[in-house]
Ligand binder design. Structure first.
Ligand code: SF4
Length: 613
């Protein structure tokens, strides 16, 4: 692309800085001196992709090798896509401005099922054939990682390989192999066969899926010599794992414009709906010293005035108190804020509040997830009404006047009573505020936000039917009509997007044709409600002789072969079956901090904290 063409394109679009590169921290190398070029792609907008910690880690990690140049590419917004198609210009990487088709490897981060059509759109814009079988020796090798890779089957026709689990070690092993074989001129087919020998790498073309007449899977057959089961990779020395000293600082405001520290990976709580809670096991922590040192370096390198302490359940991090004390020593004087996005209501102590209050004065967020104790027991969200009340009382007495409560609806065994319980829980929190002496003259805001439950692989609910559209809409009507005061606001997610998310999350390879049909019919940016069309998906499914009901609202038998059964995330199927049965009995399972429930994840990464209580 010439400078003139580039300027013309940029003059036509909103927020051109999304497409320019050149930010502080961006890494530019001499392309004539590198042996392997890697395009790290995020199938959503620049603002979302630039907020993703995994992208930052992989970008810095891959570039830490002198002979590899890793560049970034994000999904162009619809105005840019239209301008590119009008001008006939291919999708380019931000650092060099070179078309993606010139790269050796294209790696996508798969975070959300509804962004799958963006992947096809990005390949199409780059002029790269969508299907792996249509790509030749000169086309890039296409790989993907991220949480959605725990069932990558709907994308199996498009990708050459998937990286299961954590990329910190695996990514460089893969790049080393590709670099070595590129130098030797090894044909792509042989390279892919060699890749399949790297633990954690899944090459879908080496596996054949056979189906029964009713559409369920009869068998997944590996070719000779490739492993029948691929086990995910997990970093053993998490405290010593690679972490960048520099983040790329965007010119336009990203969703999260701040320093992000991952204090803990994995979660020991075992909430039965939560895929992340299972697929990132075993639980591992970083030391307060490592985290404080990383925070200081990043503050100096980026100038960010906010630090977020991230994990699936930050108040379970054993070093939280010492870490906050260390950080506050230097962040307070330079007015750097700290935020703790994942706090639990059952360990929200006065001491923690005292430290948190010194950091950030925004509202507090808790996730009771269900409106009654019975349903909280079903989903294994081990918090009680008293703990929610006590955490909110502590927060109100500490000066907070706003609480966000996150719930899920359409959970297994849910009744009308559970739905009403969501609104009633929020109302009780608002009433609690006004019952406190200090509340006089001040108002409170309690918001209840309800996501629609999507059954996901590697959870005890992976066999569950999702509620149908009609059932979800009836429950949402119930939510709207349950009485509550003006101090309580109730909102919920759109049912239709959750149904398509459920279709893709537990889908098989036959959905590849559906994805392509949706893309050809104009589907892209589908995670944005203004671009999502439920009917387009239903039509595409019908065109391919499939239905949403088969994937979303069908109960699977425990004996059925699931599309992801040949992938091993450490969690034993027998454990998930036992947990499903305990859910039907509304029997909670204690967290890993209290007792090991024997999920199987201690086989990985040296067991992490599995053997400590
Ligand atoms: S092996 Fe035990 S302690 Fe470790 S994650 Fe599984 S249930 Fe928790």
């Amino acid at each position: 692309m010439t400078e003139k063409q580039r300027k013309k394109l940029l003059s036509k679009v909103e927020k051109p800085a999304r497409y320019t590169g050149g930010e502080l921290g961006a890494i530019v190398k001499d392309k004539s001196r590198v042996g392997l070029r890697f395009a790290l792609c995020f199938p959503d907008t620049y603002e979302i992709g630039m907020s993703h910690l995994g992208m930052k880690i992989l970008y810095a990690l891959t570039n830490s090798r002198e002979e590899i140049w890793c560049e970034r590419c994000f999904a162009p917004c619809t105005d840019m896509e239209a301008a590119m198609r009008e001008e006939g210009l291919p999708l380019w990487a931000l650092e060099s401005g070179d078309p993606l088709s010139e790269f050796d490897v294209i790696g996508f981060s798969l975070q959300y099922e509804l962004s799958y059509t963006n992947i096809l759109n990005m390949l199409d814009l780059a002029g790269i054939p969508l299907r792996a079988e249509d790509r030749g020796e000169d086309d890039p090798i296409l790989c993907a990682g991220g949480p959605c890779v725990c069932n990558p089957e709907p994308l199996a026709d498009f990708f050459d390989l998937f990286l299961l689990g954590e990329g910190e070690e695996m990514n460089l092993e893969l790049c080393d192999l590709l670099l070595r074989e590129k130098k030797k001129g090894t044909p792509k087919k042989e390279v892919l066969r060699l890749c399949a020998d790297i633990p954690g790498v899944y090459v879908p073309s080496l596996y054949t899926v056979r189906y029964h007449e009713d559409g369920t899977i009869a068998a997944v057959e590996p070719q000779d010599g490739v492993p029948a089961t691929i086990t995910k990779r997990a970093v053993e020395d998490f405290d010593g794992a690679f972490f960048p000293d520099q983040f790329v600082v965007p010119f336009v405001e990203a969703i999260h414009d701040r320093t992000m520290l991952e204090v803990m990976r994995g979660c020991g709580r075992g909430c039965r709906f939560c895929q992340a809670g299972f697929i990132y096991r075993p639980r591992r922590e970083k030391s307060p010293e490592t985290l404080n040192c990383a925070a200081e370096k990043l503050y100096r390198a980026t100038g960010y005035d906010d630090i977020s302490l991230m994990s699936l359940s930050t108040s379970d991090y054993s070093g939280l108190q010492p870490l906050l004390e260390k950080l506050l020593c230097w962040t307070d004087p330079v007015r750097v804020g700290l935020s703790l996005p994942s706090l639990r209501a059952d360990n929200f102590s006065d001491e923690l509040l005292a430290l948190v209050s010194r950091t950030k004065k925004s509202g507090l967020t808790f996730a009771p997830e269900a409106g009654t104790q019975r349903l909280r027991n079903v989903i294994n969200k081990n918090i009680t009404e008293e703990e929610i009340t006590s955490a909110c009382r502590t927060a109100f007495l500490g000066g907070y006047t706003s609480v966000k409560l996150y719930f899920m609806m359409s959970l297994p065994t849910e009744t009308a009573e559970d739905i009403a319980g969501i609104v009633q829980t929020a109302q009780r929190v608002a009433d609690l505020y006004y019952s406190l002496e200090h509340a006089k003259g001040r108002g409170v805001n309690v918001s209840a936000s309800c996501a629609v439950f999507v059954p996901k692989p590697f959870t005890p609910f992976q066999w569950e039917p999702q509620d149908t559209l009609e059932m979800i809409e009836e429950k949402q009507r119930l939510l709207r009509t349950t009485p509550h005061s003006k101090k309580v606001s109730v909102n919920y997610h759109e049912a239709e997007t959750s149904i398509i998310e459920a279709v893709l999350a537990r889908g098989d390879r036959r959905l590849g044709r559906v994805l392509e049909a949706v893309f050809r019919a104009g589907g892209r940016m589908e995670s944005w409600s203004e671009y999502f069309s439920y009917q387009r998906w239903i039509d595409a499914l019908a065109e391919c002789g499939l239905s949403a009901a088969f994937y979303a609202s069908r109960r699977r038998d425990f004996s059925e072969i699931l599309p992801w059964d040949h992938l091993d995330y450490g969690i034993r199927k027998q454990f998930l079956i036992r947990e499903a049965q305990r859910a039907y009995e509304a029997t909670p399972t204690p967290s890993c901090m209290e007792n090991c429930a024997g999920c199987g994840a201690d086989r990985l990464a040296g067991g992490g904290l599995c053997h400590e209580r």
